[in-house]
Design a protein around this ligand. Structure first.
Ligand code: HEM
Length: 143
């Protein structure tokens, strides 16, 4: 595909981060549709639906690598998608300068902290904490 060239604009060479950001928003949007609606369907509609959500339900899901990776992928894609989308808004609504830098720095920091903490929670979650009442835990803890 030939890039559109505007008179007076230097020809772009090498990687173009803005272009990849644009592609990322579309690609992650499609994947997020599947992940988010799959997540809502499994948590709210299958079996007892929303009534079934408690510690044991979450512990049971995160004992399965499939759901761990499903949730972590959803976390990463959504946070990067949301932060990058907000970066676009900051670019559109603020002038280059300190305020813009602070806003983008805050977006980056918030996304990074939540990605790191969320990933740690999903992969280090203890579904059978010692001393907890058995009726609150997933069924496999009793064994
Ligand atoms: C159902 C899944 C989703 C789909 C299909 C989707 C799709 C998209 C697309 C295609 C864009 C680009 C729009 C443009 O450039 O004009 C976009 C922008 C954006 N998305 Fe999503 N998205 C989804 C979920 C999310 C989630 C979960 C968040 C928050 C974490 C989010 C936050 C944003 C933000 C802040 C923007 C920038 C808004 C703008 O450019 O006006 N999206 N989304």
């Amino acid at each position: 595909m030939t890039a559109i060239e505007f008179p007076g604009e230097p020809r772009r060479r090498g990687s173009n981060l803005e272009k990849w950001g644009w592609i990322y928003m579309r690609a992650s949007g499609v994947v997020l549709l599947v992940l988010i609606f799959g997540h809502l369907f499994m948590n709210l509609m299958v079996g007892d639906g929303i009534q079934a959500i408690d510690f044991g339900f979450v512990g049971g899901k995160w004992a399965d690598p499939f759901w761990q990776w499903w949730d972590v992928l959803m976390l990463w894609l959504a946070l990067i998608h949301g932060a990058n989308g907000m970066r676009t808004l900051v670019n559109d609504y603020t002038n280059p300068g300190t305020v813009q830098k602070v806003l983008k720095g805050a977006l980056f920091a918030a996304a990074a902290v939540l990605i790191i903490l969320g990933t740690l929670v999903v992969f280090t979650f203890e579904p059978c904490p010692a001393g907890a009442p058995a009726d609150l835990l997933p069924s496999f803890c009793a064994a």
